[in-house]
Write a protein that binds this ligand. Structure first.
Ligand SMILES: [Mg+2]
Length: 284
């Protein structure tokens, strides 16, 4: 009997420390999901390349590279974009306009919300240097998985592409993360906005994971389990808490309010439109 009791106690202890929280992986795209800009456009502004949009459109037309991988290809092969150096990528990151409340989102996910712990990782086709510089002090570098280049040690020029995290490249990175973290496939959440996210969303859905679209771009909204449109990154908690944690709307509003945020508008049609306000000084 004593032995049984010890076993039970051990079970309870283990439950509290290791299994007390349900472990999830929340992977997010970067460009236009956590930011308002496209890394490639910001970078081409810095370099003074005026025809970036046309270059990307031209590449997309011939389907040479996976959607989202155009920038990496152009940096390696385009005469104008070949002038890119690591410093330009870091500067582009500093100029990216981020959606609001990413630091709070990261803190809530890592601390866990009502027994749900989320490892937050960024999985993006943007160059890793751009994302790391944009999210410096917010997301640790080892939680950022972007496109990687090899630089010539003498000239600083991009000599090779080591990895492109676009299209099926996102599936590969996500699978690797999932197995490293030991998270079950149905505990994987992915959020993204664009065509580069189609493969990974289909993959996540097929394995009973959960996908969230943050735009109404064609293909994406139809694939994702939920679509949420907001200029505040915290809005992703709305579908996560409703569908994964099973919270009611009043509880979700209360959580936002406990952090000084008020859900100002919440219209749910097929899409959730969420406007979040921080109480500031009265405007003049
Ligand atoms: Mg994107």
């Amino acid at each position: 009997m004593m032995h049984m009791k010890t076993m039970n106690l051990t079970g309870v202890m283990r439950d509290r420390t290791l299994d007390g929280m349900k472990q999830y992986l929340l992977a997010s795209d970067f460009d236009q999901t956590l930011s308002f800009n496209d890394s490639g456009h910001v970078l081409s502004e810095i370099l003074g390349v005026g025809s970036f949009a046309e270059k990307v459109a031209g590449l997309a037309r011939i389907n040479l590279v996976q959607q989202g991988g155009e920038l990496a290809y152009l940096i390696l092969h385009d005469p104008e974009l070949r002038q890119v150096r690591r410093e330009h990528l870091q500067e582009a990151g500093r100029r990216i306009r981020l959606k609001r409340n990413i630091p709070l989102l990261c803190r809530l996910l890592e601390d866990g919300i009502a027994d749900h712990h989320f490892s937050f990782h960024v999985v993006s086709a943007a160059p890793e240097e751009v994302i790391q510089s944009a999210l410096e002090g917010i997301v640790p570098p080892d939680h950022i998985h972007g496109t990687r280049f090899h630089y010539n040690p003498d000239s600083g020029e991009v000599e090779a592409i080591l990895r492109v995290v676009a299209g099926y490249g996102k599936v590969a990175v996500l699978d690797d993360l999932q197995s490293r973290l030991g998270v079950a496939p149905d505990r994987v959440v992915y959020m993204g906005d664009g065509s580069s996210d189609v493969h990974v969303m289909l993959h996540v859905n097929r394995r009973e994971g959960y996908s969230i679209a943050v735009s109404e771009a064609p293909h994406i909204a139809q694939i994702a389990r939920r679509t949420v449109l907001s200029d505040d990154a915290l809005s992703v908690l709305v579908p996560v808490l409703e569908d994964i944690a099973g919270w009611r709307r009043t509880a979700i509003r209360a959580l936002f309010e406990s952090h000084g945020l008020h859900i100002h508008e919440w219209d749910r049609t097929r899409t959730d439109w969420v406007t979040i306000r921080e109480p500031g000084p009265p405007s003049a």
